[in-house]
Design a protein around this ligand. Structure first.
Ligand code: COA
Length: 389
């Protein structure tokens, strides 16, 4: 039977950061078990597992992540199907969407979605080389481009064409670090002044260290359930009211405009249409701000402000209490950027916020959350709109 609605009934995550004492499998299992416990379900209730991961094959030399997760969660004996979903840094959002569709179709009633990445086992140029494999190897990475270099090229052109000062970019990490200072699971807890954000060491100019997300380990998991399961068990949950994914060219040079995130624009249009809510209804957004420039482009391409005008939002309006609060979790910059976990971690934050369990960083009267998870330079974007009570 088709399921009208899909609900989130449990969530859990590990701390994000340089977690030397935890392996890929430890992280996945820790987050998964927290989510299952939080949802109050048992292994017999689980119909399927979707595990998001970006780079375990190259960084950890471990493929077959679905089987790894099921095995080390003690679920292999139950025969529960468990597969990996890979869409670069948007793997988490993509896994959530696949799980959502599997419930919508009527195939499953309860699905666990996990995301995990263990990135800090290799360092320096080695990890940058691996991270660069999400770009077009032949047309970008082969010539020395890294994710930071591509973001810097986009930033230069954008700042030139729309007369945007570096300060506007720096406001993004200032906001992220302030929010992350209230999130125990975040990688960084230090607040950042505008001067510190402006004066950090250059990485790929105009971007400096504070414009870049860090290299991170971490995992997150959520439990989804069908309408039928909710009725049968008299449960309440956060509703997924809009889900969409869209694609753009892999190589930035093939795109019509290097500072328009077409995949974000297309996915946002679909997600808002499906959710039947307006931009003004959104209580907060979790943005995929792997580099500060992307936060500005994303606010524009999600439709919160016209192209070139995000500089009008970043000083005050993105703060908690502003017109459109951004990244209450601390975002990729300060909560951290464990590739496959990011999109699922955004759901964990929304689950806490919409259940009014986000403690010090609670957004008042949070009702609708928009989650934006993006692959690399914008090759794919996955958007979910969630509704609280
Ligand atoms: N923000 C704040 N601090 C950071 C940081 C960041 N992005 N990256 C590293 N640091 C800190 C570390 O915590 C460490 O602090 P400590 O000395 O107090 O322990 C210090 O800087 C040195 O860390 P290290 O890991 O040696 O830094 P690095 O120079 O090797 O790496 C970058 C810095 C910017 C190169 C790295 O963070 C990076 O590549 N980021 C981009 C990630 C990326 O491309 N993601 C892809 C998204 S599509």
């Amino acid at each position: 039977m088709l399921s009208n609605n899909v609900y989130i009934i449990g969530a859990g995550e590990t701390k994000y950061g340089e977690l030397w004492d935890k392996s890929l499998r430890n992280l996945a299992v820790e987050a998964g078990l927290k989510a299952i416990e939080n949802a109050g379900i048992y292994s017999k209730d689980i119909d399927a597992i979707y595990g998001a991961n970006g780079l375990a094959g190259t960084i950890n030399e471990q493929e077959n992540i679905g089987a790894l997760i099921a095995d080390f969660s003690g679920l292999s004996n139950e025969g529960i199907p468990s597969i990996r979903v890979e869409a670069s840094t948007a793997s988490g959002g993509a896994a959530l969407r696949e799980a959502y569709l599997s419930i919508k179709s009527g195939e499953y009633n309860v699905v666990v979605v996990g995301g995990v990445e263990k990135m800090t086992d290799i360092h320096g140029s080695d990890i940058i080389e691996k991270m660069s494999s999400i770009l077009d190897r032949e047309w970008e990475a082969f010539y020395g481009a890294t994710p930071a270099a591509m973001a810097a090229i986009i930033a230069r052109k954008y700042m030139h064409d729309f007369n945007v000062e570096k300060e506007a970019l720096a406001m993004v990490p200032v906001n992220d670090h302030l929010n992350a200072s209230k999130n125990l699971n975040a990688q960084y807890h230090n607040k950042l002044t505008l001067k510190q954000a402006m004066d950090a060491i250059p990485v790929a100019e105009p971007l400096n260290l504070m414009d870049c997300s860090p290299v991170s380990d971490g995992a997150a998991a959520v439990v989804l359930a069908s309408e039928e399961y909710m009725k049968r068990n008299k449960k309440e949950g956060i509703k997924i009211i809009g889900s969409a994914i869209a694609q753009d060219y892999l190589s930035v040079g093939s795109r019509d405009s290097i500072y328009t995130l077409k995949s974000t624009k297309l996915a946002a249009e679909k997600a808002f249409r499906r959710a039947n809510v307006k931009r003004d209804d959104i209580s907060f957004v979790e943005l995929h701000d792997s580099f500060s420039i992307y936060a500005l482009l994303e606010l524009e391409d999600l439709g919160f402000v016209e192209k070139g005008k995000a500089k009008e939002l970043v000083y005050d309006e993105i703060k908690t209490g502003g017109r459109i609060p951004v990244n209450p979790s601390g975002g990729l910059k300060a909560k951290g950027d464990p590739y496959g976990a990011v999109g699922v971690g955004q759901v964990v934050e929304a689950y806490l916020q919409l259940n009014e369990k986000a403690g010090e960083r609670q957004i008042k009267n949070a009702k609708y959350a928009l989650l934006h998870n993006m692959a690399g330079t914008g090759t794919s974007s996955v958007i979910h709109i969630l509704e609280g009570y």
